[in-house]
Design a protein around this ligand. Structure first.
Ligand SMILES: Cc1ncc(COP(=O)(O)O)c(C=O)c1O
Length: 313
């Protein structure tokens, strides 16, 4: 791993020098909240465009407050730190940004105190799954965590044991990715991605009350489907067996982007190939993330050009 510059304890320092103590509360008890943001390299403009960083940082700040961590930098401040990281590292590639705010007290005892810190790391990052050809997904035996146990709408570190168990089980069983059901048996989402299915020309996705993470890619896809393709989008609970009879299926997320699912639990989805609406949506999403749709340039924040000054906090 390269010795990239990271933002740690309010300083830009090499990754090799950014260390936490072994008694850090979050390390033992999972009391942190993280984010995941992508930056897309535009070779013509020689620019790394951050994808919806203000929305990601706004979500991060809101969700950190679930663990009573009130981040003082605004979403704009945090975006500016991220752009500075890109500049200091001189990235000329697609990147992934990992912010993490965590309970930092050095002591044993599960009840947290007020002490917290945050870091932001950025690194070159390619495709997470092979999205070119469809993936084979499998329902896992683990159930998605309930909001009454650990709020799944926030990227709480400890909650990701749930996702780690699910994605490992799926891969050990020969699938590319796992899909969670809720305790009540409805489809929730992928191990680290939201889920959409197409039935009778409608795009259907589970609601936040089915314990999903409220994904920014999901929200972007809903807007693009509605505005660019005039496609009706319905948020409602989905039964497991609907996944076996739907026409098209795909996962969305910062890491997976839009990943078509062409097989589910050893059954073909539709004709067993990437469906026409999935193809169009993937194209529109890629156009939006790469700045080819003027109406959605607003989602991109360049790192090398300074454009943040003057934006509302
Ligand atoms: C459990 C889970 N669901 C959904 C998503 C997708 O969210 P987003 O589109 O905001 O990246 C993620 C992203 O990491 C996730 O961890």
């Amino acid at each position: 791993m390269s010795d990239w510059i990271v933002f740690f304890e309010n300083n830009y320092i090499p990754l090799s020098q950014a260390k936490i103590g072994i008694l850090t509360h979050a390390f033992h008890y999972g009391t942190g909240v993280f984010e995941g943001i992508r930056g897309y390299w535009d070779a013509d403009a020689r620019e790394v465009n951050l994808f919806r960083p203000l929305e990601h940082y706004a979500r991060w700040r809101r969700n950190a407050s679930i663990l009573r961590m009130a981040l003082s930098p605004t979403a704009i401040d945090l975006t500016e730190i991220t752009a500075e990281l890109v500049r200091r590292n001189g990235f000329e590639a697609n990147i992934y940004i990992r912010p993490l705010v965590y309970k930092s007290a050095q002591r044993v005892g599960v009840c947290p105190d007020e002490k917290f810190d945050y870091l932001i790391a950025a690194m070159p990052f390619g495709a997470y799954l092979d999205t070119e050809h469809g993936i084979h997904a499998g329902i896992v035996s683990w159930r998605r965590i309930e909001d009454t146990a650990i709020p799944g709408r926030a990227k709480i570190c400890g909650a990701y044991v749930n996702s780690a168990l699910a994605s490992e089980e799926a891969r050990l069983n020969g699938f590319d990715e796992g899909i969670f059901l809720t305790e009540s048996g409805h489809v929730a989402e992928g191990a680290a991605a939201n889920l959409f299915m197409v039935r009778d020309g409608k795009l259907i996705t589970p609601p936040p009350s089915d314990n999903i993470l409220e994904g920014i890619t999901r929200a972007s896809l809903i807007e693009l489907a509605h505005d660019q393709l005039a496609l009706p989008v319905v948020e409602r609970s989905i039964d497991r067996s609907e996944l076996y009879i739907c026409d098209e299926l795909f996962l969305t997320g910062t890491a997976v982007e839009l990943s078509p699912v062409t097989r589910i639990d050893h059954r073909p989805v539709g004709l067993g190939e990437i469906g026409p609406l999935t193809r169009r949506l993937r194209q529109v999403f890629s156009d939006a993330t790469h700045g080819r749709l003027p109406a959605y340039r607003k989602w991109l924040v360049p790192s090398y050009q300074h454009v943040l000054a003057g934006l509302p906090a």
